[in-house]
Design a protein around this ligand. Structure first.
Ligand SMILES: Cc1cc2nc3c(=O)[nH]c(=O)nc-3n(C[C@H](O)[C@H](O)[C@H](O)COP(=O)(O)OP(=O)(O)OC[C@H]3O[C@@H](n4cnc5c(N)ncnc54)[C@H](O)[C@@H]3O)c2cc1C
Ligand SMILES: NC(=O)c1ccc[n+]([C@@H]2O[C@H](COP(=O)([O-])OP(=O)(O)OC[C@H]3O[C@@H](n4cnc5c(N)ncnc54)[C@H](O)[C@@H]3O)[C@@H](O)[C@H]2O)c1
Length: 448
């Protein structure tokens, strides 16, 4: 006899915990299935441990500018092994703490879930039945179909390898590559980024990315775009990446080659056909309520859902929406227009809302203001090496519709713009608001 639950949650990451918070509060019986560490990617192998490396890079950046403040310091030396140990020690408690939380909300099953029917799953030989089954299985690095792909390291390896490589190549110039590049480059590793698209970070605002690219190159990072990566070969213990640009063959040697070519939904092992879950191998088809179009008992959220950004707050948000839709019937649809995000380079690139290109394509009557803030008082006070802002205002409605910043404490300032977008604060009200002075936040009034 299989055990019966109101909700089976497959995956104990942000999305799964978002579902469980709402379903548990409503008194639903829950089975929580996890085949690795509770907490999932963000606290164990993503956002949180990554930030310890970024914080070290930030400190190197402060030291780089010490002389501007009349402070003499010697050349810093980062102890990579010690940094990785610090990072691991900071997050080591998380899987047990999150497993405890999962157990407070339901029955925990350790193992890999796969569908055996529309309302049943198998967890390593044990069958569970659910009125609702939530797919919250996250994402995995996109496999690269090139010879030598077996030599590729992943972000997990970067966060675990105590040996600092002398030379690193990133395949892909997205968020993972940019963030780790800045850490490595500031720590003294030679970095090359090979990006297939015509520019880095293709989803983000072109001018903000150009400002970040210039700062990255100032740090010594080599950026190649429009690249076709062909193969990776091992030569005398090192790795050689062969690639072509405009049909011209080239190569670069490195101690480590990292897959930064995106992440795909982790749904391969779920046996979706047995669950009558319509999919095209990459994406599960859902309706506006994040419910499978072919099986009304099945829901998808977080990185496993294709179409929304793979971000930890979005995973939690979508998980909570699925929870609400299970508890109250399909009634809530996700809304993504005011989600702030950051690329945690040093300095960071932060964004919310529309890019200039997407605003223009929508035919909106926009006013676009760009600022180089290195010459502003806060920029000069802190000797910022890059401080860029682009703010986009819809002139017809007096509403901010997009903001894109590099440096200038953008990772925190971006939330002012996000709140203005979400709650419809008129741009003129934000501009005439009272801010404490002198602060980076008070500069917002001059950014548009
Ligand atoms: C290096 C890195 C840095 C990142 N930094 C940031 C950041 O700074 N800010 C940000 O917002 N986002 C960041 N992200 C993205 C963020 O981590 C993800 O968007 C988020 O963790 C997704 O949560 P999730 O619950 O959908 O998936 P996950 O957290 O991946 O959880 C899925 C869980 O499902 C389990 N699972 C999978 N298949 C099965 C199965 N068949 N049976 C049982 N269990 C299964 C997995 O073991 C996993 O624990 C980063 C990602 C990476 C890789
Ligand atoms: N700060 C954050 O919020 C943060 C940090 C890290 C990761 N993440 C999330 O994790 C996900 C994965 O990160 P990512 O950096 O791997 O993905 P990404 O989607 O940000 O970037 C992948 C890049 O690889 C390029 N690419 C794809 N195939 C390629 C190939 N064969 N050769 C060369 N380039 C190729 C793409 O054009 C793209 O620019 C992202 O969606 C991101 O949202 C978020």
């Amino acid at each position: 006899m299989s055990k019966q639950y109101d909700v089976i949650i497959i995956g104990g990451g942000n999305a799964g915990f978002g579902v469980s918070a709402v379903a548990h509060a409503a008194g639903k019986s829950i089975a929580f299935v996890e085949n690795w560490d509770f907490g999932g990617t963000c606290p164990n192998r993503g956002c949180t441990p990554k930030k310890f490396l970024v914080a070290a890079a930030q400190t190197l950046h402060e030291i780089e500018r010490a002389e501007v403040h009349a402070i003499k310091v010697g050349a810093p030396k980062l102890d990579w092994a010690a940094l990785i140990k610090r990072e691991k020690s900071m997050v080591g408690f998380i899987p047990d703490a999150m497993a405890d939380l999962a157990m407070k909300r339901g029955d925990v099953y350790r193992g890999t879930a796969r569908f055996t029917g529309p309302n049943t799953i198998d967890v390593d030989g044990l069958v569970l039945t659910g009125s609702n089954i939530v797919i919250a299985t996250g994402s995995v690095p996109r496999p690269l179909p090139i010879p030598g792909a077996e030599y590729l390291a992943t972000s997990d390896d970067v966060l675990s390898n105590e040996n600092q490589p002398d030379e690193v190549v990133f395949i892909g110039g997205g968020v993972i590559a940019m963030e780790f590049s800045h850490v490595y480059a500031r720590a003294g590793t030679k970095v090359t980024i090979l990006e297939v698209a015509p520019r880095l970070l293709p989803q983000l605002d072109e001018d903000a990315v150009a400002a970040l690219q210039a700062e990255s190159e100032r740090l010594g990072i080599t950026v190649k775009t429009g690249v076709e990566v062909k193969e990776i070969v091992k030569i005398d213990g090192r790795l050689r990446v062969a690639y072509a640009i405009d049909g011209v063959d080239q190569f670069v040697d490195a101690d480590q080659v990292v897959n930064g070519a995106g992440r795909i939904a982790n749904v391969d092992a779920l046996n979706l056909d047995a669950g009558n879950v319509k999919h095209d191998r990459l994406a599960i088809e859902v309706d506006g309520y994040l419910r499978s179009t072919s099986n009304p008992s099945v829901w998808v959220c977080g990185d496993a859902l294709v179409g929304s950004a793979q971000l930890s707050p979005i995973a939690t948000y979508e998980g909570r929406i699925v929870g609400e839709n299970i508890v109250s019937g399909p009634s809530v649809k996700p809304e993504y227009k005011a989600i702030p995000s950051g690329v945690y380079t040093v300095p960071a690139l932060s964004a919310v809302g529309l890019t200039e290109k997407s605003a223009t394509e929508k035919g909106l009557n926009v006013k676009v203001t760009t600022s180089d803030m290195t010459g502003w008082f806060s920029g000069k006070t802190y000797a910022e090496t890059v401080a860029y802002a682009k703010v986009i205002v819809d002139e017809d409605t007096d509403r901010i519709i997009g903001a894109h910043m590099v440096g200038h404490h953008s990772e925190d300032l971006i939330h002012h713009f996000a709140m203005a977008i979400r709650y419809g604060i008129p741009a003129s009200d934000l501009k005439s608001d009272i801010f404490a002075f002198p602060t980076f936040s008070s500069d917002i009034k001059s950014m548009f």
